[in-house]
Design a protein around this ligand. Structure first.
Ligand SMILES: Cc1ncc(COP(=O)(O)O)c(C=O)c1O
Length: 388
């Protein structure tokens, strides 16, 4: 006999007769078509399994743009202390964390949304503002998490090609129509590491109608905040822009899932209305407050990144390998073909090193490598030299 799940799965191929309380039949699909079309996330093989298969005791993660230094000790201490209180719900509204952020950015608490990763805030923005007749415009070759969220909402997603691995802001502005509700910009962009400049951004914003909401994803902000031409979105006051930042990258806490959004209180109020009430969790909230004060950790993380970026890119130069100069904690390498990328990926994995092939990002002939610790970068360079 077919299991319940098998029977449910079979139903997704044909209309399902639901019976309403008054007995009338309501023909309906079990799963909406746009959800049926979604491609499931394909995780790589878990490192522990690979390590067992390969008989190695160390795995070098250069695939996910994480900070290799480990979490800040200040955040670990704060979580250790808060752990004794986890039988209680977290502070509702995450006021302490939002107040810390408000102090730093000199805005009101009502201008700040926090969530389980900036991706959760992205999801809440989409939930709050998008209906299925709205269109969304962004670039090809940017953060795929955003595509997945828009597709799962059933809204139309218009993708403008990258221009020499950069966001084409003119192309995006031209793609906007009366139906466009949302534009997503990622600066620096993942996976290219490129930025658009202050002048480009200001010119772009002049063309954007007021009915269009702009998400400015600055997940890698800290790596580029010293660059004069970088348009730090917090130095502008556009009512229709929501900035997203995260503790997952430079702050070294991807696993705790903590991010924040900054914008006009009117917009933020809706984001906060649709969010899950006790998100982010208690440990994430205290870790965030502690990490924000830990400027020494941040300095060390950025130094480590600068040094590692030099080691890896100098090696690419020495080998005559083209790479795209990056303002972030990773580098994109156009590597000729998808087959070459696949072979490199597999060969590096066999040596216990993970990089990221980029076919899922629409860049099948490219890979991305994240900056690691000094000895991890050396290990990558040494193996890459032999394989390239
Ligand atoms: C551009 C960009 N935005 C958002 C995220 C998700 O960040 P978080 O861990 O805060 O959800 C990532 C993670 O890789 C990213 O690269």
């Amino acid at each position: 006999m077919a299991t319940y799940i098998q029977r449910l799965a079979a139903m997704t191929d044909r209309p399902l007769e639901l019976v309403q309380a008054d007995g009338a039949a309501l023909p309906q699909r079990l799963v909406p078509a746009h959800i049926e079309r979604l491609k499931a996330y394909q995780p790589g093989r878990p490192p522990r399994q690979l390590m067992q298969e390969l008989g190695i005791d160390r795995f070098i993660h250069l695939a996910s743009n994480e900070n290799p230094m480990g979490p800040p000790k200040s955040a670990l201490d704060a979580m250790q202390e808060a752990m004794h209180g986890v039988h209680r719900y977290p502070e509702s509204g995450a006021f302490t964390l939002r107040e810390s952020l408000a102090d730093i950015y000199r805005v009101g608490v009502e201008n700040i949304a926090v969530g389980s990763g900036s991706e959760s805030i992205m999801a809440n923005i989409i939930r709050a503002f998008l209906s299925d007749t709205d269109e969304v415009v962004t670039s090809e070759g940017t953060f795929i998490g955003f595509y997945v969220l828009v597709n799962s909402q059933g809204s139309k997603l218009k993708l403008v090609p990258l221009k020499d691995y950069h966001f084409d802001l003119d192309g995006i502005a031209s793609a906007i129509t009366d139906k466009t509700k949302l534009v997503y910009l990622c600066n620096p962009n993942n996976p290219t590491g490129t930025i658009f400049s202050r002048t480009e951004f200001e010119e772009f914003m002049r063309k954007i109608p007021e009915h269009v909401l702009v998400i400015l994803d600055e997940a890698y902000f800290e790596y580029t905040m010293g660059v004069a031409e970088f348009p730090d979105s917090m130095t502008y006051r556009y009512d229709n822009v929501i900035t997203l930042r995260t503790f997952s990258k430079a702050y070294g806490m991807a696993g705790i899932r903590l991010g924040y959004g900054l914008g006009h209180d009117y917009l933020i109020s809706f984001v906060n209305k649709v969010k899950l009430p006790f998100e982010p969790n208690m440990l994430a909230q205290v870790a965030g407050v502690a990490a924000l004060q830990d400027t020494e950790y941040l300095r060390q993380a950025l130094d480590n990144n600068d040094v590692g970026m030099k080691i890896i890119t100098q090696e690419f130069q020495r080998l005559g390998i083209r790479y795209i100069p990056s303002h972030s904690n990773f580098v994109l390498v156009p590597y000729g073909s998808a087959d070459r990328v696949a072979a490199l990926h597999e060969n590096l994995l066999r040596q216990g090193i993970a990089i990221r092939p980029l076919s899922a990002f629409g860049l099948p002939d490219c890979f991305r490598v994240t900056i690691g610790l000094p000895d991890e970068n050396e290990a990558f360079v040494k193996v890459f030299r032999k394989l390239a």
